[in-house]
Design a protein around this ligand. Structure first.
Ligand SMILES: [Zn+2]
Length: 304
């Protein structure tokens, strides 16, 4: 074998190993599941007196095409739409906003190609009317639009920010230093409104949370935050690629895998429970009728 051929073979092997490690490997193996106690979630949802939420609405604020494997290791290079999805839990008190998304400049900086300005105006309005604003975690694509709200001083007190989230949120503050001082410590599972329960799920960030919702109709939802960005994360219990979780957006990978195993088991035992991943724009759009959730601005984000 010529020297050139050997070099080519070594390079191909190295590329193959790098591809496998960075985009396919879903380990470490043997991580124990972190279980979700559905009975405890239901009990907490029913412990708060008052009217439960009546529906779930969403807006896709920004989109970009990415290889599936980047957000779900081992799922291949097929392009999927990663979207920034803002959610509203419809309540009699004006609604609860979950993850109001980000502003156009941050969307640009993160490589999102489509931005939905009409959606941004709607989410601003949601926050203006809301009784409560929740965040799955303190990353800019989940918190940014809250910080940039045109009437920030009027809405700031509606945000439920845990002590563990405060550092991340104030690090995103661009102009006047730390504006947020009010925090509320939550237990591992804690109701924040009738039918709405926040679950502490540290892993993607140390203060990451999921939100369980039981509507007045009895229908149940679990918002997974970035622990499951795409549906395959919980369908296969596969985490983000190591390219993301070890290098670009470091997270506690074993903890995330534990939660994903917990979500997979939870879904298997509760087939009617709807799991809603944070960035799976295609999947959420395609299944919205089956899930009984409402896309506020039609089926596709506008590209203005
Ligand atoms: Zn995110």
């Amino acid at each position: 074998m010529g020297r050139f051929s050997k070099v080519v073979i070594v390079l191909l092997l190295a590329a193959g190993i790098a591809y496998y490690w960075l985009l396919v490997n879903a380990g470490p193996r043997g991580v124990a599941a972190r279980p979700f106690d559905i009975a405890a979630l239901r009990a907490a949802a029913n412990a708060e007196r008052g009217a439960k939420p009546t529906g779930i609405s969403f807006v896709i604020l920004a989109t970009r095409r990415i290889p599936s494997a980047s957000l779900a290791a081992g799922t291949g290079l097929r392009q999927v739409t990663s979207g920034v999805i803002a959610w509203r839990i419809d309540t009699p008190g004006g609604g609860i906003v979950l993850d109001p998304g980000l502003s156009p400049a941050d969307a640009d900086a993160m490589g999102f190609t489509g931005y939905n300005k009409a959606g941004m105006a709607l989410v601003d309005d949601w926050m203006g009317r809301a009784e409560l604003i929740l965040f799955s975690h303190a990353h800019v694509d989940h918190v940014g639009r809250f910080l940039d709200h045109p009437q920030f001083d009027d809405i700031a007190d509606k945000a439920l920010i845990t002590p563990g989230m405060l550092g991340g949120i104030n690090a995103l503050w661009r102009e006047n230093g730390s504006h947020i001082a009010k925090t509320r410590k939550l237990g591992p599972i804690e109701a924040v409104a009738p039918g709405v329960v926040v679950i502490q799920t540290p892993g993607h960030t140390p203060a990451s949370q999921m939100v369980y919702v039981q509507l007045a109709s009895g229908r149940e939802y679990l918002f997974t935050g970035d622990t499951a960005s795409l549906a395959p994360n919980f369908e296969r219990a596969t985490p983000r690629s190591r390219l993301l979780s070890d290098i670009l957006v470091p997270e506690d990978r074993p903890a995330v895998i534990g939660w994903l195993k917990g979500l997979k088991a939870l879904k298997e035992h509760n087939k009617a429970l709807v799991l809603l991943p944070s960035h799976d724009a295609d999947w959420v759009q395609e299944n919205r009728a089956a899930f009984g959730i409402v896309s506020e601005l039609g089926s596709k984000p506008s590209r203005d």
